[in-house]
Design a protein around this ligand. Structure first.
Ligand SMILES: Cc1cc2nc3c(=O)[nH]c(=O)nc-3n(C[C@H](O)[C@H](O)[C@H](O)COP(=O)(O)O)c2cc1C
Length: 259
C-alpha cells in the first residue's frame, strides 16, 4: 500500500469530483495526499526545441518542474481529471505536451503505481479523455493498475450515484492491494478504450497492439513500454532533430513556396 499519494487533477471546481474522489481514496487508505491541480498552475506550450532530449534544461520558466517534483515525492499517483468536450481538459493536455522533459525522471518514476480516473457527465459523451490520461501515465512510465471511467456530472455526484461510487470503491481497493484490473472494453495490453479500424482488425493507437473485434490479442504492441520510451525519446526523436540540422537549408527553401 502506498504511503504518500499524489493526485494530478485539472479542474477549477472547488468541490470537483476529481478532487473529492482523490480525497476519498486517500481517506479510505489512510495515506497522506498531495493534490497538484494543473488548472491553477502556469503551464506554457512546448516550444518543440528538443533541448530537453539532449539532457538540457527546459528554457521555459513555468510550473512544470514543480509537477515532476511532486511526482518524485509520491509513492503512488492518481491521474484524476474530467472529460471536457470528449477529451482531456486543456490544462492536462498542456502538461502532457511538455512531457518530453520527463525522460530524465524516468528511472525514478517507473516503479510508481498509478490509477487513471476519468469523470464524465453523460454516458453518451464519454469520448476518449481516458486514453489521453492513459498516455500521460504511460509516458511518465507509471505502472498503471487500472483505467476507470466514472459518470458524475454535478460536484460530489461521485458519492451519490451508486454505480459510480462502486467504481470509486473498486479504485481504492485496487490501489490498496496493488492489483491490476483490465476491463472487458479495454485493450488487453495497455487499457486504452479507443481503437482504429485497419483492414478488418482493430489497432490500439496507444500501445500499437493488433486486436480482433472482440478485443482478443492478435499481435502485441510495444508502444509506451519501458524500452520503447527510451528508444523513442533518445534515438528516434533525437535522430529527427539531427536530420533537421542536416537538411535545414533545404527545408527553408521548401517553405518559400508560400512566400
Ligand atoms: C467545459 C466542459 C466540458 C465538458 N464536456 C463534457 C463532455 O464532453 N462529456 C461529458 O460526459 N461531460 C462533459 N463535461 C462534464 C464534466 O466532465 C463533469 O461534470 C465532471 O464531473 C467534471 O469533473 P470535476 O467535477 O472534477 O470538475 C464537461 C464539463 C465542462 C465544464
Amino acid at each position: 500500500m502506498p504511503l504518500k499519494l499524489l493526485s494530478i487533477v485539472a479542474t477549477e471546481r472547488k468541490n470537483g469530483n476529481s478532487v473529492l474522489a482523490s480525497k476519498y481514496i486517500a481517506k479510505k487508505l489512510g495515506v497522506e495526499l498531495e493534490i497538484v491541480n494543473l488548472a491553477k498552475l502556469d503551464i506554457r506550450p512546448c516550444k518543440a526545441c528538443y533541448k530537453c532530449l539532449y539532457g538540457e534544461d527546459c528554457l521555459i520558466e513555468d510550473d512544470v518542474e514543480e509537477i515532476f517534483g511532486a511526482i518524485e515525492r509520491a509513492d503512488a499517483i492518481l491521474i484524476s481529471s474530467p472529460v471536457y468536450w470528449l477529451d482531456a481538459t486543456g490544462k492536462l493536455k498542456a502538461f502532457l505536451d511538455r512531457c518530453f522533459m520527463s525522460l530524465k525522471y524516468h528511472e525514478k518514476f517507473r516503479e510508481k503505481k498509478a490509477l487513471v480516473l476519468t469523470y464524465h457527465g453523460f454516458n453518451e459523451m464519454i469520448g476518449w479523455a481516458s486514453a489521453t490520461h492513459l498516455v500521460l501515465a504511460r509516458i511518465l512510465g507509471f505502472d498503471v493498475l487500472a483505467n476507470i471511467e466514472l459518470r458524475a456530472a454535478l460536484p460530489a455526484e461521485i458519492f451519490t450515484d451508486k454505480e459510480t461510487f462502486k467504481k470509486l470503491e473498486l479504485a481504492a481497493e485496487l490501489l490498496k492491494k496493488g492489483e491490476t484490473r483490465i476491463f472487458e472494453n479495454q485493450c488487453p495490453i495497455c487499457m486504452s478504450i479507443i481503437f482504429r479500424v485497419e483492414n478488418g482488425t482493430l489497432l490500439c493507437p496507444v500501445c500499437g497492439s493488433k486486436l480482433d473485434l472482440e478485443l482478443n490479442l492478435i499481435e502485441k504492441g510495444e508502444k509506451f513500454s519501458e524500452e520503447w520510451i527510451v528508444e523513442h525519446f533518445s534515438k528516434e526523436l533525437v535522430g529527427l532533430k539531427e536530420k533537421f540540422k542536416e537538411i535545414k537549408d533545404e527545408l527553408k527553401e521548401a517553405a518559400k513556396i508560400v512566400e
